[in-house]
Write a protein that binds this ligand. Structure first.
Ligand SMILES: [Zn+2]
Length: 334
């Protein structure tokens, strides 16, 4: 390969924005850019914007597409990873099923492109450059609009069937629990995702509990978010703290299950909701410690993610590099 093609592009396709970064083989980011996804305009328009975004970060990074060895795209949904097809994107409108996204980006750039689920991308990013860089076995939970995740075993991302291994948010926590977006009942996601945390805040205000949450959003209940509840907790609000304890309790049960089954060295907690730091991590650790009885729990680190919103792009670029190496490094075959 040599110096002529030693850069990678990592793309993070999100429901509202998409981001791309130009990186070298060591994961140093030279250039980043973000544009609105505008998913309602349909997949052709999204793919065109993505191709322009890739051109932009490469040019602004002072290199040419000829120096880009591969492009990795983190996609929020189910994929045919071998064929580079999108199968199902729950949060992006349009007719995505069957769209050959990898091929379309290859045609627009002349660079091999590879797809990976967005949260598996975050996991691979944290494993390679973030919190998990010194361990070989780890689990990642990304807590945001949903709860996604990924598993790393022996230094490698565990893919399972069609890259679906690591759907940690859809483990059943309570068989009689609330309906989940996936169709099951009582999934972890239904108890502790960002919207689940926000709705606990809404309920507290509606119930007339003594809390600063209502005041902080000027009683506009739609404005209640995990961040606002975190703000109230920082100001010493007991109800807000309890909401994070409740979410941490449920996540802790899920983490205990994962620790019991996988016995990882590390559990990485990321996503927007994890910005709450110890407020969320402490109850997660406490519950997991109480429930993971047959694992040497003191050897398991439960830590906050380190890469923030760069994790997905860095992981997607890493995936592209790994796939390119696995296929013999040729620029012409996918
Ligand atoms: Zn579910």
């Amino acid at each position: 390969m040599g110096k002529s093609a030693s850069y990678y592009v990592g793309v993070d396709l999100g429901g509202t924005t998409m981001a791309a970064a130009l990186l070298d083989e060591e994961g140093h980011i030279f250039q980043k850019a973000t544009v609105p996804t505008l998913a309602h305009q349909g997949h052709d328009s999204v793919i065109e914007r993505m191709a322009r975004l890739i051109h932009e970060v490469v040019e602004n990074g002072g290199v040419g597409l000829a120096q880009v060895a591969a492009i990795g795209i983190g996609v929020p949904g189910m994929l045919d990873m071998e064929k580079g097809l999108v199968l199902f994107l729950p949060n992006l409108p349009g007719t995505w099923p069957g769209v050959p996204l990898a091929q379309r980006i290859e045609e627009a750039t002349g660079v091999p492109a590879f797809l990976l689920n967005d949260v598996r991308s975050i996991t691979l990013g944290e494993k390679t450059y973030g919190a998990g860089r010194k361990v070989d076995n780890m689990v990642c939970l990304a807590i945001g609009t949903g709860i996604g995740g990924g598993v790393v075993v022996g230094g490698n991302l565990l893919l399972g069937l069609d890259g679906t291994a690591g759907e940690v948010g859809h483990q059943t926590i309570d068989p009689y629990g609330p309906r989940c977006g996936c169709g099951n009942r009582g999934c972890l996601e239904a108890f502790a995702s960002g919207p689940a945390i926000a709705s606990m805040g809404v309920r507290a205000v509606k119930q007339g509990l003594t809390t600063r949450i209502g005041e902080l959003c000027a009683y506009d209940l739609n404005a209640i978010s995990p961040k606002l509840i975190y703000q109230a907790a920082l100001e010493g609000d007991a109800v807000a703290r309890e909401i994070y304890e409740t979410a941490g309790f449920y996540i802790g049960i899920g983490v205990a299950n994962l620790i019991t089954i996988l016995s990882p060295q590390m559990v990485v907690i990321g996503g927007g909701v994890a910005q709450a730091g110890e407020l969320l991590l402490a109850p997660i650790r406490e519950t997991a410690r109480q429930r993971a009885k047959v694992t040497p729990f003191e050897k398991v680190q439960i830590v906050q993610a380190e890469l923030g919103t760069d994790a997905g792009m860095m992981g997607a670029a890493t995936w592209a590099r790994q796939r390119l190496i696995a296929r013999g490094g040729s620029k012409c075959t996918r």
